[in-house]
Design a protein around this ligand. Structure first.
Ligand code: FPP
Length: 264
């Protein structure tokens, strides 16, 4: 009896998700959604579990959110998986976090391929352990021909470092007389960022109640809408993702223009 009730509840939940999904798909869908996945440690602590258990559960959320992002019709999903500042964490935790891309991609790569997902990465690969680099590059290689959702992992990524590298590259071009100082504009800077081939994020989501950017896509988020939720990343589910998209669809994006005109 209890089992029947529980099954009924699950089915009800599923149909409410699918109804909301249909409505969301009829609205303005953000092309690029970027997420700061935060709260794994607190999720584990609440359950008296070690921090890595929270990260492991967070990995399962990545699977769930990739799937719904694809269903919604989002083009790019960028996930902040490891920052240039995360090297300050205990070695054991870093080692665990570095193994997650391998575990995730070994387990879910067939599913990602079936869903036409293309795996990409931004960040400094040089600092990553060989096994992490290999797992990501294998997934990138095996999904290179896919033209569905781009699942973009930000690994060993820091926005200031990215901007510093961009400035250096543009300075080199100027010194070599390949560009004039007058050529330096927004578009040129965009073209030298790690995200050069991607649209700017329309929506940034951060979980766990923290309200800051933590060195994430500082240039690219200039005109993005922000959605902050108290929900911890391992608990962030399809309904939470739909909440964020519905919230986004109610926003009036003006890009510095006046009310009622979306600008360009
Ligand atoms: C921040 O939460 C989270 C991270 C630094 C790691 C995020 C990684 C995942 C969600 C898994 C990634 C999966 C793949 C496939 C790469 P926190 O540990 O700072 O949480 P806390 O603030 O509650 O301590």
């Amino acid at each position: 009896m209890l089992e029947k009730l529980l099954r009924k509840k699950t089915l009800e939940m599923d149909s409410s998700i699918s109804d909301r999904l249909t409505k969301v798909k009829n609205g303005d869908i953000p092309s690029h959604v970027a997420i700061i996945m935060d709260g794994n440690g607190r999720w584990a602590k609440q359950r008296s579990l070690p921090r890595f258990a929270g990260h492991h559960e967070g990995m399962k959320t990545v699977r769930k959110i990739t799937r719904i992002a694809n269903d919604i019709g989002i083009s790019v999903l960028t996930l902040y998986a490891f920052s240039t500042e995360n090297w300050k964490r205990p070695k054991m935790e870093i080692d665990f976090l570095m193994k997650l891309p391998g575990e995730f991609l070994t387990t879910y790569l067939p599913e990602l391929i079936e869903q036409n997902v293309k795996v990409e990465m931004i960040g400094n690969t040089d600092g990553l352990p060989v096994h992490t680099k290999e797992a990501i590059s294998r997934a990138m290689h095996e999904t290179a021909q896919n033209d569905g959702l781009i699942l973009n992992f930000a690994m060993n990524y820091g926005s200031r470092l990215e901007i510093v590298e961009t400035v250096k590259e543009i300075a080199r071009l100027a010194i070599a007389n390949e560009i004039a100082i007058e050529d330096i504009d927004d578009a040129l800077i965009d073209a030298h960022l790690m995200t050069a081939h991607l649209p700017e994020p329309d929506l940034l989501i951060r979980t766990s109640g923290e309200v800051r950017l933590s060195n994430f896509m500082l240039w690219q988020l200039a005109y993005s809408e922000f959605s902050f939720t108290e929900v911890l990343w391992p608990d962030f589910d399809e309904a939470c993702m739909l909440n964020a998209i519905e919230e986004y669809q109610m926003r009036n994006r003006r890009f510095g223009n006046v009310e009622g005109d979306k600008g360009s």
